[in-house]
Design a protein around this ligand. Sequence first.
Ligand SMILES: *Cc1c(COP(=O)(O)O)cnc(C)c1O
Length: 485
Amino acid sequence: MEPSGPPPLLFEQSRTGRKSSVLAATPEGSNPISSLIPDQFLADKPPSLPELDELSVVRHYVRLSQLNFAIDKNFYPLGSCTMKYNPKRNERIASLPGFASVHPYQPASSVQGLLEVLYELQNYLAEIAGLHAVSLQPAAGAHGELTALLVAAAHFRSIGEKRANVLVPDSAHGTNPSSAHIAGFDAVTVKSGANGLVDLEDLKAKLNDQTAVFMITNPNTAGLFDHQISTISSMLREKGALMYLDGANMNAILGVVRPGDMGADLMHYNPHKTFSGPHGGGGPGAGPIAVREHLAKFLPSPMVVKNGNGLYELDFDRPESIGRVRATFGNVGVLVRAWAYIRSQGPDGLKNISEMAVLNANYLLENLKDVYPVPMGDRCMHEFVASARAMSREKGVRAMDIGKRLLDYGFHAPTVYFPLIIAEALMIEPTESESKQTLDQFITAMRAIASESPEVLHAAPVTTPVDRPDEVQAAKNPVLRWRAN
Ligand SMILES: *Cc1c(COP(=O)(O)O)cnc(C)c1O
């Protein structure tokens, strides 16, 4: 099937004078809308909006929604992103008026239910982290990283030290060095060994009394658990440096091992990954952070607290806090979904999620590695990184071509070209949500693609409305606004 191309915009479908239903005129015969607007606010001429009938508008948006690739339609094995199924129950709960229709500045006494949910979520996240205190304020994982590094900076200020560096492994997500930089530190790269884990010799060489924080992702972005974590933690403690755990991969270890027990002093969560907040297309997310006891006083203000009378309040009386990092108390809709997910699973359910996520990833790894070599690790955690390097050398087929071709088979592409330490990376994360039948279909598709001709793969996808957008242009010169020529 030839790509049909994107559907015309509403502006392009517009016909002068076409209308949907119109509000009936008032008994006095005046136009009901303009009569409600004071004269001084009325423009001389109407804005140039598209003129359409209602059915065309409904069809336009329904068609657009169906063009999207979505987790509700198909398997979405996007590594590093944890695109798990988002139970519809969470949506229903998050849209209850007591959560969705409150005003952030209404008195705490009138939002006790919401504050109770946030208070409980703080406690659950502290418990899962094995750490002392949680702030729900940051608006995304990257924002959590930044907030935690500001907390670390406040800690060193409070003990009269000025430390310049944050160490980041070369396998880290790009947000790690960026957060370090924005928080005022220099980001220093620590190499990975050939096994994909932190190279302890390189860490030793770069760790010194200027090191404020070591940011580690464990399991890391290659889907490997760094078993050296206790050694790393001791090395850091000896130098007075803090350990930050990037918690984007918590889906692999919920209820199995706690970051605090691994020696982490600070961490962030991505509730939109681990706790089933729908995401993609840029958000919304959240980035709660958890910290060890001696760092709690620096957390953003306000915190949700429970007073002696059993009532919930916002505590603004936090003299050593780094201050606010976001208006009010975070992306409440995402946080309510996280609470609902955790409550519906319970401790055993959370552990089961991680076990299933790891099992599913290993099932795919085992059934694909003979055609898509996995350079680092025979076993993985919740995700693994295969390499199309040999295929690229032998027949000029790249990771991108494989990703594009998967769309023709009805699967979203894995993450490609990340992490940077693996050439022609295909990073695959099935999550716990998928059935064995879906995993088997994916394996069949991946194996079929491996034997297809370069011509077919270079031309893919052929079944989608848009085939290969110019990604550089789309990133550098995005066209976000319609303009009349
Ligand atoms: C997704 C991710 C982040 C950033 O989280 P956002 O919520 O997208 O800002 C950081 N680190 C890792 C390893 C990630 O996968």
